[in-house]
Ligand binder design. Structure first.
Ligand SMILES: NC(=O)c1ccc[n+]([C@@H]2O[C@H](COP(=O)([O-])OP(=O)(O)OC[C@H]3O[C@@H](n4cnc5c(N)ncnc54)[C@H](O)[C@@H]3O)[C@@H](O)[C@H]2O)c1
Ligand SMILES: CC(C)=CCC/C(C)=C/C=C/C(C)=C/C=C/C(C)=C/C=C/C=C(C)/C=C/C=C(C)/C=C/C=C(\C)CCC=C(C)C
Length: 591
């Protein structure tokens, strides 16, 4: 199952230097923590404070930037306040020693050129930008545990499956591993296509805006009814309709886990339809220059259209006032968000305040727990924080990677370990697609694995550093199963823990968003963008559909649409809004 890759190995054979892994530790500890960009004097840190913005956006992650892009494109007056020095949040990149590392995963969905679900392409287009991308021939190469039940599908390393860009190739490969389940494999993934094809025929806007929703029902009744029939369905239920083999069901769990960090029973079917088909329809495409270049392009587009993006702008408080309760759909005392206060004392006023911070940071940190609405307390019962990640960014000699190595890998050694901290290893090697990310003769290996912050608390700085290196050594030893000689080929290594994610992304406990505490009511359990505080909206992975760049971009589309309608910049049905919001809350409250 090898095939040619245009860029693969372009740097091979030019390795230089003789550093070995032991020397590497010394090198790592001495690594200079230079923020990127290095010239922080270039950063915009100012925007007018004497105006009332249409939207004040807290945070310049992909959720916040998409909202800003869609709103400036409508002529809204927008300011994005980003605490850090670069845009993109967990989809930013940073530079070290000639390498450009993506902060998070390098696997980009939503970057195709057709349909309506190519959300990243569309977000860039909304501010006049387009990026060059490199198509990835596979989404991911799974390395799963061996099984005695299916010796025909195994090699010495266990169950190996590549998810090919071409759907038929993937179905053929998985069916060959589970011949008795060939019909089940086909039926399950075909049902995902029914969901995807419906999604891919709708305009992507706010699902909490009744005028748009009704319009889509009139234009695309079959697609809307199909989606409506999946609203409360989870993926595990659909998989079990067709598949009986426990190991194949475990594989489906893993297919969900790698992007939802929960198993198939906890993953809404609509999200699975999106992810399992976009990888074949639009394909996985890597943006030339690195994932962070997406956010940089968005910022250029936003500022070219008169929006402001302000760095080193640490929002400490959302300012609220008592509000008119007649327009609220809840029975709680009404408050209204009117502005934000920064750590340096500056105040930005807005008709709408949009938080790209997590719900925990928004409602506990920025609002203060005493003002937390009942709906948020309920949310905390239904959802918990997803784990953070332990991340190892490495530069390696190019000859560590055999020719035709896939860009993304998943390694699970035992099924019991899959959902445990550091149980599943994720690997992304984007320099195989874009060699400009690494110096000549080198490649990037970014290994990461779900991990909780508790394991990294209460240590002295020396203990913390030592633990980072010890855990990274263990993970590199495990990765030698995929890349023999890896440890000897390491040229650069830097380890980030959940504490690093908490610090640089300002995400409580370093979490990557909410995961359900119990079986969710399909996609309906997750909150959309409005909150029960008037004028306050959330965007990003704390809102539907959750984690993922294309997912938070969708939440940005929805948020911008809902805000534009509320500001009177787009037509809506204010008379129906309250009843519809009440209905959605009623269903959610019972989930
Ligand atoms: N391959 C992939 O699909 C991939 C890759 C990378 C990231 N991601 C996804 O991106 C998602 C996160 O995107 P997002 O947009 O929701 O959030 P984010 O964490 O990426 O961005 C939030 C931004 O808000 C800023 N911020 C937080 N609190 C602030 C404050 N008080 N004041 C000012 N700024 C503040 C942070 O610095 C950060 O830049 C994750 O769920 C992850 O799954 C996915
Ligand atoms: C009533 C109502 C409400 C309704 C009615 C019906 C209808 C109309 C409906 C509609 C719906 C819709 C439109 C929906 C939408 C949806 C969407 C868009 C979704 C999306 C999703 C996405 C996702 C989830 C994604 C994700 C991703 C991710 C997370 C990624 C990640 C990645 C990673 C981590 C990587 C891995 C790595 C390796 C392998 C290395």
């Amino acid at each position: 199952m090898l095939r040619a890759r245009a860029f693969s190995g372009a740097n091979a054979g030019r390795s230089s230097g003789s550093r070995r892994s032991l020397a590497c530790n010394r090198f790592i500890n001495a690594a200079i923590k230079t923020p990127y960009p290095t010239d922080t004097a270039q950063l915009t840190t100012e925007a007018p404070t004497d105006v009332v913005y249409d939207a004040v956006i807290i945070g310049g992650g992909m959720g916040g930037l998409t909202t800003a892009a869609k709103l400036v494109a409508k002529g809204a007056k927008v300011v994005v306040l980003e605490k850090y020095l670069v845009p993109g949040g967990s989809a930013a990149h940073y530079k070290r020693e000639g390498y450009t590392f993506d902060v998070g995963s390098s696997m980009m969905f939503g970057f195709g050129d057709q349909g309506t679900t190519n959300l990243i392409t569309k977000a860039l287009e909304s501010v006049g930008k387009r990026m060059q991308t490199v198509p990835d021939p596979t989404q991911v190469h799974y390395h799963c545990p061996p099984s005695s039940a299916h010796p025909e599908g195994l090699n010495v390393q266990g169950l190996n499956v590549q998810v090919w860009r071409k759907y038929e190739d993937f179905v053929a490969e998985l069916s060959a591993r589970f011949p008795a389940e060939a019909a089940g494999v086909r039926s399950f993934y075909d049902e995902c296509w029914a969901v995807f094809n419906s999604l891919n025929s709708l305009e992507m806007k706010s699902l909490e805006e009744p005028r748009y929703l009704m319009g889509e029902f009139v234009k695309n009744p079959i697609a809307c009814l199909t989606l409506a029939s999946y609203l409360i369905t989870n993926t595990g239920d659909v998989a079990r309709k067709y598949i009986k083999d426990p190991e194949l069901l475990k594989f489906i769990d893993l297919e969900c886990f790698i992007w939802s960090t929960v198993n198939a029973d906890m993953t809404p079917m609509i999200n699975a339809g999106m992810v399992f088909c976009d990888r074949h329809f639009g394909g996985i495409n890597y943006p030339v220059g690195g994932v962070g270049a997406i956010a940089e392009n968005m910022v250029d587009g936003i500022t070219e259209r008169g929006g402001h993006v302000v760095y080193k702008a640490n929002v400490k408080e959302i300012i609220t006032e008592a509000a008119d309760s007649s327009s609220s759909s809840s029975s709680e005392p009404s408050i209204c968000a009117t502005g934000v206060r920064l750590a340096d004392g500056r105040v930005f006023r807005g008709k709408s305040i949009i938080s790209n911070a997590t719900r925990w940071d928004t409602f506990e940190g920025l609002m203060g727990e005493s003002k937390m609405p009942e709906s948020e307390k309920l949310f905390r019962k239904r959802y918990k924080k997803s784990p953070s990640f332990l991340s190892i960014h490495m530069g390696v000699k190019a000859d560590v990677l055999p020719p035709d190595t896939d860009v993304h890998h998943i390694l699970v050694e035992t099924w019991e370990q899959m959902e445990q901290p550091r149980g599943t290893l994720f690997v992304s090697m984007p320099s195989l697609l874009d060699p400009s990310l690494a110096p000549p003769g080198r490649h990037i290996i970014h290994a990461f694995t779900p991990d909780w912050i508790d394991a990294w608390q209460g240590m002295s700085p020396a203990e913390y550093d030592a633990k980072k290196e010890a855990v990274a050594d263990e993970i590199c030893a495990r990765l030698e199963k995929l890349f023999p000689g890896l440890r000897a080929g390491i040229d650069f290594r830097e380890v980030g823990t959940p504490r690093t994610h908490r610090r640089y992304l300002s995400r409580e406990d370093g979490t990557y968003g909410p995961i359900p505490s119990r079986r969710p009511l399909g996609m309906l359990s997750m909150p959309f963008n409005s909150t029960s505080v008037q004028g306050l909206y959330c965007v990003g992975d704390s809102t539907f559909p959750g984690q993922g760049v294309n997912a938070v971009v969708f939440s940005g589309f929805g948020c911008a649409h809902r805000v534009a309608v509320d500001l009177g910049m787009e037509p809506g049905w204010p008379a129906v809004d309250k009843a519809y919001a009440g209905l959605l809350n009623y269903v959610r409250d019972r989930s």
